[in-house]
Design a protein around this ligand. Structure first.
Ligand code: COI
Length: 349
């Protein structure tokens, strides 16, 4: 791998206590190009703008996918990537759906680990701190022919992050008009366009005072899917319910980790379809105790209020919510305070 280091590190100008998610990037990036049916040699270089043709297919047809993953610094200064194998598998699953060639495992992992070794000082200690890694691939071939490209660019960029919404609890709206994903579509892939398609309905929800949308199925808006940047969990009575993954729901890595940790804690977990009717019924009977979202960027995010058909419903303020208990268990693994689930940690040395 070719490595070109920056002569001007930006790190001293960064206020790590006040980070807005996704705005500040580390000193270096990893890049690898695909052409002539082959991935080339990867390169680490200073983070900077780059040249790309206006006719690159990604601008016209949105052929691009990405991943989100985090690296944590433990109390004794080890760097830990959380379940990167899962991100790698999902990266290629998303690529396949978007007709993008799979990236070989060695390129993905060599890029990640070398970049982390070089930009290690950007991974800060302490709860909530992490380095968010964004591997992505896009159709860089100059052509506006409406078919898959024959040239691609794979990159990894990194940004220091605190949790996505800080410590606030959020307000979400159950959506009944717009849809995020359709059966047989690309909802399960981390396709760039899945996110763009949410911006307009989410901006309407924001004007109404909500931060995110709870998406429902595109056929009749009856069953609950996910919340766009997170999967959803519902505590009804003594059960924890989450929608099953499908072709319209993202197979979240935090989601599957929380299911495992909840089961370990003897919580009864059900992965099954949950309808808006069931949710409203539980709410009316006083059985709906918690709703929380899970995702790499948000980790575990409790929901304070949900809106449905122009009415708002508040969740009870619990003393010992499952969301907090599960978040602590997850953080203990991610920051290497717990010796459990060693196979979820890739230590960078
Ligand atoms: C992540 O949690 O990594 C996501 O993909 C959400 C992102 C769009 C901010």
């Amino acid at each position: 791998m070719e490595i070109v280091l920056t002569k001007n590190s930006k790190i001293k100008n960064v206020d790590f206590e006040n980070l807005e998610f996704g705005k500040i990037f580390t000193d270096h990036l990893f890049v690898c190009k695909y052409s002539n049916n082959n991935w080339g040699t990867g390169k680490i270089m200073p983070y900077d703008n780059f040249l790309i043709s206006p006719s690159a297919r990604v601008f016209h047809y949105g052929q691009a996918i990405f991943e989100g993953m985090k690296c944590y610094r433990s109390d004794n200064d080890s760097l830990i990537l959380f379940r990167p194998d899962e991100n790698f598998k999902r990266f290629n699953k998303s690529s396949t759906r978007m007709a993008i060639p799979e990236i070989p495992k060695n390129i993905f992992f060599d890029g990640l680990t070398e970049l982390l070794k070089i930009d290690k000082d950007w991974v800060k200690k302490g709860d909530g701190n992490a380095l968010y890694l964004r591997p992505f691939v896009f159709a860089s071939e100059p052509s506006i022919n409406a078919s898959e490209a024959i040239e691609y660019t794979f990159m990894i960029i990194c940004c220091p992050a605190k949790s996505y919404y800080g410590n606030q609890k959020i307000k979400v709206k159950i959506e009944e008009k717009y849809s995020r994903a359709a059966k047989g579509g690309v909802g399960y892939a981390k396709a760039a366009g899945n996110y763009a398609a949410q911006f307009y309905p989410t901006s309407i929800a924001k004007e109404e005072g909500y931060q995110q949308i709870i998406w429902t199925d595109s056929n009749n808006h009856k069953s609950i899917e996910e919340a766009g940047t997170m999967n959803l969990f519902f505590r009804i009575g003594d059960k924890l319910i989450t929608s099953p993954t499908s072709d319209s729901i993202l197979d979240g890595i935090t989601r599957k980790s929380i299911i495992k940790l909840a089961k370990d804690s003897k919580i009864h977990v059900e992965e099954r379809i949950i309808t808006v009717d069931e949710l409203m019924n539980a709410q009316n009977k006083g059985e709906l105790m918690e709703i929380f979202g899970t995702g790499t960027a948000v980790v575990i995010l409790p929901i304070k209020t949900f809106g449905y058909q122009k009415n708002d419903f508040n969740l009870p303020d619990l003393k010992n919510p499952w969301s907090l208990m599960l978040k602590k268990k997850l953080n203990d693994i991610q920051y290497d305070r717990s010796a459990e689930y060693e196979n979820w940690k890739l230590k960078i040395s």
